[in-house]
Ligand binder design. Structure first.
Ligand SMILES: [Zn+2]
Length: 271
């Protein structure tokens, strides 16, 4: 086998290996399915790698009560969500940025800058549900797999060294994870999020309040990849979609809560 044939064989093996995980998985409420070629195991490995990089660069909030609080709310929502084949990790980052994000594999982060803007637990739960929904819907992984297939296909046709190929895949992964989701992905995460938060007992109106608070916080930092603080026309659309969805959910269960008192106690600790 000459060098070129061997390189081609390696790439074909890589592609076959990659595609061997292919299958339809549940990616949303109501048994919604999507075709995924990257399995959960690979996704978790990938997420873990990025998470290690994140932890080198960020300072977690040094308050075990807050870390336990975000985890408690997060796990409560995970229990009703449509993806439970991975372990979810929730943490608070000490930073004035008004932001939150979810890495593939279930690593979710919330900035103190965002938490200080929230007024009740239902608003925070709306953000937490939204981030969980990105992981449930595999939004990041869907973009990564499209790009990786294109890259592998390109490499097989035109040939390139496999080290370059790996480098390219990692490069694509990092860029995609940090380049933000599409508008339709955001809409999907909003919609799933509202369902999940209501299922665990929060007032879905908290999601509308969350959008309003973040819209008032101003334009989105162009460096942040999560579009929670979006442009005004976009936020207006999200609010109206949320209102429509909530209206369709009527009659809402009784005893839904905003849990304001508990949140205010926790918020006071952030000062
Ligand atoms: Zn989002």
């Amino acid at each position: 086998m000459n060098k070129q044939t061997r390189a081609t064989a390696i790439k074909l093996f890589a592609l076959t290996f990659f595609l061997s995980f292919a299958g339809c998985v549940t990616t949303g409420p109501g048994g919604k399915k999507s075709f995924m070629v990257i399995g959960s195991g690979q996704e978790v490995e990938f997420g873990k790698g990025i998470n290690e990089e994140i932890l080198k660069e960020t300072e977690l909030l040094d308050d075990s009560l807050w870390q336990a609080y975000i985890n408690e709310v997060g796990q409560k929502i995970v229990a009703v969500c449509d993806r439970k084949d991975i372990v979810y990790h929730f943490a608070v980052i000490k930073s004035d940025q008004i932001n939150a994000f979810a890495l593939p594999g279930g690593y979710l982060y919330f900035y103190t800058g965002l938490l200080k803007k929230m007024d009740n637990e239902a608003q925070m739960a709306a953000v937490v549900s939204h981030e969980i929904s990105h992981v449930v819907a595999r939004h990041g992984m869907k973009r990564l797999q499209t790009a990786m297939i294109a890259q592998l296909g390109y490499a097989i046709v035109f040939g390139s060294e496999s080290s370059q190929l790996t480098e390219a895949a990692v490069g694509i992964g990092m860029t995609l994870v940090f380049s933000g989701y599409s508008r339709s992905a955001e809409r999907e995460a909003d919609s799933y999020g509202i369902q999940y938060m209501t299922q665990v007992g929060y007032q879905p109106e908290g999601a509308v309040q969350m959008f309003e608070v973040l819209a008032a916080a101003g334009e989105r930092d162009p460096n942040s990849f999560e579009k929670l603080v979006a442009s005004h026309p976009e936020t207006k659309e999200r609010i109206s979609l949320a209102r429509q969805q909530i209206a369709q959910m009527a009659p809402l269960p009784e005893n839904l809560t905003f849990s304001k008192d508990r949140y205010q106690t926790m918020k006071a600790r952030l000062k």
